[in-house]
Design a protein around this ligand. Structure first.
Ligand code: ADE
Length: 421
């Protein structure tokens, strides 16, 4: 056997990683079922999966399932600050999966690690944010002929892929796992909702009750964060650019206003727009002294950190995930987790119970691509509805929740057009 290649912080951390991975499996019954089937059927034999995902306990379990399903897997991080180093160590020494990820790696190392996955010559990609697809399409095009397809985990990645596809430049089919109902309705809403507040709490230990919390973006992530902050007793303000989403936020009971107005009254700002500069220079000029700003969107471009730095007389890291900026006019602004996704930078990401659904989508997407790639065009595809429903069914089973079944008569009624009043 060839020697396993890897670049992780410290293999000595593996035993802690293994304990935590095994603990997280208790909350992942859907993946547990898929795992059992994959061990028996080996549906992924012949696949070489290059995975660029947040390296967490849940991701490690997914990687193990893919490997036990017959695939060879290599893994790198999808964000420089999201790796759990004990998990990366366990992936190498326990699961023998080539892993390239170190928490806090600089940008060069991050891209060097992506490049290692390209050197592994995957025939399938699995992305969270589309950095792997982007590298392959920009720099490693010789790999494309052998790649039968890929999957994408997150909203931001899908926006990038759709942009590539709209220019007819996407060179292999990709399944948008995020578009599955069992992904975005749960991971984005309940996962991001809980883990974002968890990250900010761990970073600062603030009391949420009574705070004015400004949520920029009212997609599923924004909805989840607003709901959870509201539940903790915060006064929630939403900022949006989309009129329908803004209207939803109004009717969900939140105040909606322009960011420049929210900037003057907010205590905590959380960006989840998928775009850039949601907290831009105009907001920064208006922020109250003491304002806390955090991002939970995929990339660290939602807060205009460059402008924050330009407006600052000095800055210092005052806690692990809190940097204090003192502006020329004396105001103090606190930036969390370098503006990177705070749920993974300062906490453990989404809870396993929700990643169970998201990663079931990834595992089934891999199997679907293996079996159907010849019929798939080079564009962005949805996970078939039957698979989405199967994931929900398995999760309900895991939670011991029974649901009703339509009677023949009810089914007939629903499929008819001629029975009226
Ligand atoms: N994205 C958000 N939370 C995550 C987690 N726990 N594992 C992998 N990816 C994630």
């Amino acid at each position: 056997m060839t020697e396993l290649k890897y670049d992780v912080k410290d293999l000595g951390l593996a035993s802690e990683g293994i304990r935590r991975i095994e603990w997280s499996q208790k909350e992942m019954p859907v993946l547990g079922q898929i795992h059992k089937r994959f061990i028996k059927e080996k549906p992924l034999s012949g696949m070489r999966i290059g995975a660029c995902l947040h390296v967490t306990t849940e991701t490690a379990y997914l990687a193990k399932i893919l490997k036990d399903g017959g695939a060879e897997v290599a893994m790198c991080a999808s964000n420089p600050l999201s790796t759990q180093d004990d998990v990366a160590a366990a992936l190498v020494s326990e699961y023998e999966i080539p892993t390239f990820s170190i928490r806090g790696e600089d940008n060069n190392t991050y891209y060097q690690h992506l490049s290692e996955i390209c050197d592994f010559e995957p025939n399938m990609t699995m992305d969270d944010g589309a950095d792997m697809v982007a590298m392959i399409h920009q720099e490693r095009t010789s790999l494309i002929d052998n790649i039968i397809g890929g999957s994408e985990e997150t909203t931001t990645g899908i926006i990038r892929l759709r942009s590539l596809a709209s220019q007819n430049k996407l060179m292999y089919p990709v399944i948008a796992v995020n578009d599955a109902d069992t992904k975005h309705l749960f991971d984005n809403r309940y996962g991001t909702g809980q883990s974002t507040l968890d990250g900010i709490t761990r970073a600062t230990n603030i009391l949420w009750a009574g705070k004015t919390v400004v949520v920029a973006g009212y997609g599923w992530c924004g909805k989840g964060i607003a709901q959870r902050a509201d539940g903790m007793g915060s006064h929630v303000i939403v900022t949006e650019v989309d009129p329908v989403r803004a209207l939803e936020a109004v009717m969900d009971g939140y105040r909606v206003m322009k960011m420049e107005d929210a900037a003057k009254i907010g205590d905590v700002f959380i960006t989840v727009t998928g775009g850039m500069n949601a907290v831009g220079i105009d907001a920064i000029k208006n922020l109250k002294s003491g304002a806390i700003i955090a991002n939970s969107g995929h990339f660290n471009v939602e807060i205009d950190i460059e402008s924050l730095e330009k407006e600052s007389d000095s800055s210092k890291q005052i806690l692990n995930s809190v940097k204090q900026y003192t502006l020329y006019d004396g105001r103090q602004i606190f930036l969390l987790g370098e503006g990177r996704l705070i749920n993974l930078a300062a906490a453990e990401g989404h809870p396993s119970g929700v990643m169970d659904l998201s990663f079931a989508g990834q595992a089934l997407a891999a199997e679907f691509i293996k079996n159907n790639n010849s019929q798939l065009s080079n564009s962005v595809h949805s996970l078939p509805t039957e698979l989405d429903k199967e994931i929900a069914r398995l999760k309900l089973q895991g939670m011991s929740v029974d649901i009703d079944i339509l009677s023949e008569e009810q089914e007939k009624y629903l499929n008819s057009w001629d029975i009226g009043t």
